[in-house]
Design a protein. Structure first.
Length: 162
């Protein structure tokens, strides 16, 4: 399991770096073309928008496991350990149900827009809107593993200090 997670973590980190580089390069090209040649790249804003959408959706689970989500844990941490575990479990289950609803409607939305294309990229909106389904599923897996099953995927050295 640990090897699989390290491979997954490396893949997500690599996609995050690649996606950020794409946004940076395309944004830089857009600025250069607009101000140096008085011509605008008509497709650049769509590319950046859709790459950022996929970045957020793919990287949300990784951010969750690295404790980079905002959490109000002050009162919870004052409770005895069994109560904290019960609250974490209940919170995890509610979160997974909520993410399941988002994934369901995200898949429905992607399917309904499958015949439409992005205005400048000529790509089916299905592939763009599929991120709204994929992201919650990946995040739900992280919540399931960490909160419901009780495994901590990220070593304490990677967690951000509160």
């Amino acid at each position: 399991m640990k090897k699989f997670y390290l491979l997954y973590q490396t893949l997500i980190d690599g996609l995050a770096i690649f996606g950020t580089a794409v946004v940076l390069v395309v944004g830089g090209l857009q600025v250069w073309f607009r101000y140096m040649t008085d011509a605008s790249l008509i497709w650049s804003e769509e590319v950046m928008r859709y790459v950022m959408l996929w970045l957020v959706m793919i990287c949300a689970g990784r951010a969750y496991s690295a404790r980079q989500f905002l959490g109000m844990r002050g009162l919870v941490e004052l409770l005895p350990r069994p109560a904290v575990r019960a609250i974490d479990l209940a919170s995890g289950v509610v979160t997974i149900v909520f993410l399941g609803v988002i994934a369901y409607y995200g898949a429905d939305f992607a399917w309904r827009t499958r015949l439409q294309t992005a205005s400048t990229l000529n790509v089916s909106l299905f592939w763009i809107h599929l991120a709204i389904c994929v992201g919650p599923i990946l995040l739900a897996v992280h919540v399931l593993v960490e909160e419901v099953l009780g495994f901590k995927l990220t070593p304490p050295s990677e967690e951000t200090s509160s």
